[in-house]
Write a protein that binds this ligand. Structure first.
Ligand code: AHR
Length: 510
């Protein structure tokens, strides 16, 4: 067993952890919507107004703050009018992903249904608006349809006719998705001009919107520099679109070099986790670029797609599986925990993050197939981390060894322990990850600026083996276990088993 020390500096708050960092993403892709969240009102599978009851209940339990919808790439060919009105009259359309899995879009889940789903689970909707293949007016009309007061306009009356007299109050609007790629393959300058049109026009109908511009992914980091250079020129031109948030996408893509979903070498395990942690330098660099191009800005960074994409190289759905549905192991759970630690530690700039995607897809919290349903390790990580929501993040200095490994003939290294910490209502919550595949870690948490007060708890998520997974046949192979701990004074020591995630929760006196 190795020893590690972490200084938790209560006098150095980073900021408030916005609950939206624990957000989700639902795209009309493969089995995310149909079979995932939606089974239909007439289904023998227990449902609430068509939504899978078990998923609704389990999701509600982890307090999801916000859910992004309807894509992703899907958003950029979506016509919101296809998804309103009597369900039996809605058109069948070609889903964006049709060439990958041959599925049509029934439009059974549209605006009203998705808002209903959000209310069932207690989340805010975040809509991604089509900024590529429809018109600015149609985008604006969707905002109007969702948000204008009862009885005010013809679209508000149409909403009432379709079952909702009261406005939906959709606050978060993404104006486009991946506009450097599937969203029109634009240049940053061109997209900035498109964003200006959408932003100014949407604001004219809904000034209180939280409008989000499409930003970079790790393959094109310089998009940010060029986008904001153009955005700055708009100040001199006199017409500035509103912008509250700027999105980033970051996937750990398995091109086959990271092994298979449930079969990988130790080196592939470490390389996966190193790349997951690579989201931190990516974010830091993005903040630097943003600040250089726009000094003094207070934009929220919105990581509205993140996750471990196991089947990145597989274009089509595997037999018996939904498109991109992947089996998950402790590897996925650790990717989730490392990513959430990074977001907590940068909560002064990251105001929202959305795991891609909720069910039957990349980095999912749930897997389903008809009546079968299972919670993944990623679900349990979200459950364990939920107490960070609205907490004051505090600085943690981790003293840990690096693990060295050889990857494709190159020497690589990754730290053994990842950590984030926050205080809420006098309780300190510390999230820990032991990346070592073969060694338990003793971790001492040294407190500055306070003392441990009483009894607390340690919740652990670990498998016997790093490849342990929850499956339809064995749904509870990996579940968190909570034990009591007590501490006074300034030090507290816990042991994290190999390849595990742990959360300490203990009152402190400051
Ligand atoms: O999450 C799957 C896809 O990944 C999304 O549709 C797209 O935005 C990204 O490339």
């Amino acid at each position: 067993m190795s020893k590690n020390n972490i200084d938790l500096i209560l006098m150095e708050p980073i900021g408030t952890i916005h609950p939206n960092i624990y957000g989700h993403f639902v795209e009309h892709l493969g089995g995310v919507v149909y079979d995932g969240i939606w089974v239909g009102e007439d289904s023998p599978i227990p449902n609430i107004r068509g939504f899978r009851k078990e998923l609704v209940e389990k999701l509600r339990a982890i307090r999801p703050p916000v859910i992004r919808w309807p894509g992703g790439c899907f958003a950029e060919t979506y016509d919101w009018r296809d998804g309103i009105g009597p369900r039996e009259e809605r058109p069948t359309t070609v889903n964006w992903w049709y060439n990958n899995d041959g599925l049509y879009e029934s439009n059974a889940v549209g605006t009203h249904e998705f808002v209903d789903f959000c209310r069932l689970v207690g989340a805010e909707p975040y809509f991604a608006l089509n900024a590529t293949t429809t018109t600015v007016l149609e985008g604006r009309n969707w905002v109007e349809y969702c948000n204008m007061p009862k009885g005010s306009t013809t679209l508000a009356k149409l909403r009432e006719k379709n079952g909702s007299a009261e406005p939906f109050g959709v606050k978060y609007w993404g104006l486009g998705n991946e506009n450097w790629g599937g969203g029109g393959a634009m240049t940053p300058e061109d997209y900035c001009n498109v964003y200006r049109k959408y932003g100014i026009i949407c604001k004219s109908v809904f000034p209180d919107g939280y409008y989000i511009a499409c930003g970079a992914n790790d393959a094109i980091p310089d998009w940010t520099l060029k986008f904001f250079e153009r955005y700055q020129q708009m100040y001199t031109e006199g017409r500035i679109p509103p912008m509250s948030g700027y999105s980033l996408h970051y996937y750990v893509s398995n091109f086959g070099d990271l092994g298979e979903e449930t079969r990988y070498t130790d080196e592939q395990w470490y390389e996966t986790l190193r790349r997951a942690w690579g989201i931190e330098p990516f974010i830091v660099r993005q903040i630097e670029m943003l600040n250089a191009a726009w000094p003094g800005n207070d934009l929220g960074l919105i990581v509205d797609e993140w996750g471990l994409w196991e089947l990145y190289y597989g274009k089509n759905a595997l037999p018996g599986r939904h498109l991109f549905a992947q089996e998950t192991t402790m590897r996925d759970a650790l990717v989730a925990a490392i990513s959430l630690n990074v977001f907590n530690n940068h909560c002064d700039r990251i105001h929202m993050a959305n795991a891609a995607q909720l069910v039957n897809c990349i980095q999912s919290l749930f897997l389903s197939r008809g009546e079968k349903f299972v919670l993944t390790g990623t679900y349990h990580v979200f459950d364990m981390f939920k107490e960070h929501q609205n907490g004051q993040a505090v600085r943690s200095l981790v003293h840990t060894d690096a693990i060295s490994y050889d990857f494709d003939g190159e020497d690589r290294a990754v730290d053994t322990v990842s950590c984030s910490a926050s205080v809420k209502d006098g309780v300190l919550n510390v999230s820990l990850v032991n990346l070592s595949i073969d060694e338990d870690q003793e971790i001492t948490l040294d407190l500055s600026g306070g003392e441990y007060a009483r009894e607390g708890s340690l919740t652990l998520l670990s498998g016997v083996d790093d490849k342990d997974a929850n499956t339809f046949d064995e749904p509870e192979r990996v579940v968190p276990k909570t034990e009591k701990l007590s501490a006074s004074g300034r030090t507290l020591t816990v042991t994290l088993p190999k390849a595990s995630v742990g959360c300490v929760s203990i009152p402190v006196v400051q």
